[in-house]
Design a binder for this molecule. Structure first.
Ligand SMILES: [Fe+2]
Length: 290
């Protein structure tokens, strides 16, 4: 079979500037097809815009857990508390932001994909079991081997954890392509993967693309997400800036310490949660939030 090149991106999370730079980078890669492995929306302000762009580009996509979360809000199938609690205001805003066309688009997305144009490849958002289960550098080889077996192909491509990795195993290769719009591997750049089929073998290249982070923060402000999103928008901005998780650790911390998850408690959380030497790297954080 002749050489084939496929770009796969995931976890865009409504981050337009990151997405557009990846689109530009993909144009230089001479690929035959592009696949989106879910989480086009959620955790960011421009979900509808991303869905419109992916639909116009006709890039086949699968559904991530954040498509499911926002569809839950759109269909009013979420717990009552989520309509009132401050920490869910960002999700309410993001669900309301979705156009009816965008909702129809994400409703129709399949859970997984075994593309005919990419023989030997299986694409999932999280794992073969669920779009909320993550495969990351911490997942042991036996489990990854089982996942490859369940996927039924020598290459299993996933996203969801926002941490890129390539893991070659006797059974095949698991490739996590990381995140376009919200990486958690302490590399702010937009990340995705290019897969080349040569002599019957897939070769993986993880790519990192610089984009204008200030443009992403401006989108937070200009869309109204910053104001409506409250504590969640602030923690997401920290995640963008430091490319490491803040939102879920903050919510867990607030729950464990019986603190209300409000913006006024972010400082306390940072002092409590992050070890001293790591905090030193986060100096100037307050200024950044204001
Ligand atoms: Fe994600």
């Amino acid at each position: 079979m002749s050489e084939r090149r496929i770009a796969i991106l995931s976890d865009i999370h409504g981050n337009r500037p990151a997405f557009e730079e990846v689109v530009n980078d993909i144009r230089q890669q001479d690929v035959d097809a592009v696949i989106v492995a879910g989480d086009l929306v959620g955790r960011g302000p421009e979900g509808t815009r991303i869905v419109e762009r992916v639909a116009a580009l006709q890039w086949p996509s699968i559904r991530g857990n954040h498509e499911d979360y926002l569809l839950g809000f759109v269909r009013r199938q979420v717990p009552d508390a989520w309509w009132n609690l401050d920490e869910w205001s960002a999700s309410r805003w993001m669900a309301a932001e979705l156009s009816s066309d965008a909702v129809r688009f994400i409703e129709r997305l399949p859970e997984t994909m075994t593309p005919a144009f990419a023989p030997g490849m299986h694409v999932v958002h999280g794992s073969t079991r669920s779009n909320t289960e993550g495969l990351g550098p911490w997942t042991d080889d036996d489990y990854l081997g089982e996942e490859l077996k369940r996927g039924g192909h020598p290459l299993l491509v996933c996203g969801h954890t926002h941490r890129a990795m390539v893991k070659p195993l006797p059974q095949g290769t698991v490739a996590n392509i990381g995140s376009v719009g919200l990486p958690f591997n302490e590399d702010q750049r937009a990340q995705y993967g290019v897969f080349t089929l040569r002599d019957g073998q897939w070769h993986t290249e993880l790519r990192q693309v610089t984009y204008d982070l200030d443009d992403a923060f401006r989108a937070y402000q200009q869309t109204g997400f910053w104001r409506a999103g409250g504590v969640t928008a602030q923690l997401l901005a920290l995640e963008l800036h430091y490319a490491t998780p803040f939102l879920v650790p903050f919510l867990r911390w607030a729950h464990d310490r019986k603190q209300r998850p409000i913006p006024e408690h972010i400082d306390l959380f940072l002092q409590d949660f992050y070890p001293h030497e790591r905090m030193a790297r986060f100096n100037g954080m307050r200024g950044f939030l204001e």
